[in-house]
Write a protein that binds this ligand. Structure first.
Ligand code: GLP
Length: 249
């Protein structure tokens, strides 16, 4: 498939989550060994809830799949309640039939983060690449933790987080942006673009302006998500609120 991002607008977050779960369930039915790229954040919470319920009911089988999370904070262990691994365990992995060795994470506590990023790239390649990458979107236009910058890193790398991003993640750290680590490890832009299929999900009014710029504006490193316009197999799933600034022409 090739073309500009396909846009779907759903009445609310629940309907969107259901549709995303349908999409993942269909991909798993077609390819039981599916390699999934996964995001964290508020946006995918209902999707993980829906997917977990379907796995628990036996309607979806994740047991032969593999997952790679997009990013992780630097300087905290996997057990830290603010870590993305902790988030994923709570929202998905503790509820589904997926062996821990099939769930892949960056280790934010690694002493050599350069080697840790290189290891992650090797693991993704060894898994045959990512089949379906699900992405959220930062209000500053970031995907993964690829922040706006004069140049975007191609591969998995260490990144300094913007104040806006630390504030957006504060709920994982007792509501205090100062406690949010200042750095993270993230898949790079080329790592993300190498996924065979991409689904970007955005919900809520605060995302409306950035979604419109991402889809309608120029491709710019000031808005890292805008690079998705070149991929050729991207679905953008929005609720009505996130689609508010946007008119299908
Ligand atoms: C976080 C994550 C992203 C996520 C984004 C949006 O910082 N690194 O992967 O997509 O910001 O988060 P939310 O869904 O909470 O708006």
């Amino acid at each position: 498939m090739s073309g500009p991002p396909r846009i779907s607008i759903f009445a609310d977050e629940r309907a969107l989550a259901r549709a995303l779960t349908d999409r993942v369930a269909a991909a798993l039915a077609a390819t039981p060994t599916l390699v999934l790229g996964l995001p964290t954040g508020r946006t995918p919470v209902l999707f993980y809830e829906d997917l977990s319920s379907r796995v628990e009911r036996g309607a979806v089988n994740l047991s032969r799949a593999a997952t790679f999370n997009l990013d992780e904070f630097v300087g905290i262990t996997a057990e830290h309640p603010g870590s993305f691994r902790h988030f994923m365990n709570g929202h998905l992995f503790s509820r589904v039939n997926l062996a821990p060795q099939r769930t892949h994470f960056l280790d934010g506590a690694a002493t050599d983060t350069t080697e840790e990023c290189a290891r992650y790239e090797r693991e993704i390649a060894a898994a045959g690449g990512i089949d379906l990458q699900i992405l959220g979107l930062g209000t500053n236009g970031h995907i993964g933790f690829n922040e706006p910058a004069p140049a975007l890193e191609a591969r998995t790398h260490r990144v300094r987080l913007e104040a806006e991003t630390r504030a957006a993640n504060a709920q994982l750290f007792a509501g205090d942006p100062e406690q949010v680590p200042a750095e993270a490890l993230s898949m790079g832009i080329a790592t993300i673009l190498q996924a065979r299929q991409i689904v970007l999900v955005a919900t809520g009014t605060p995302k409306a302006a950035i979604v419109e710029r991402l889809l309608r504006g120029p491709i710019t490193t000031d808005l890292p998500g805008s690079i998705l316009q070149v991929h050729g197999d991207v679905d953008v799933m929005l609720d009505e609120a996130a689609a508010a600034g946007f008119r299908i022409s």
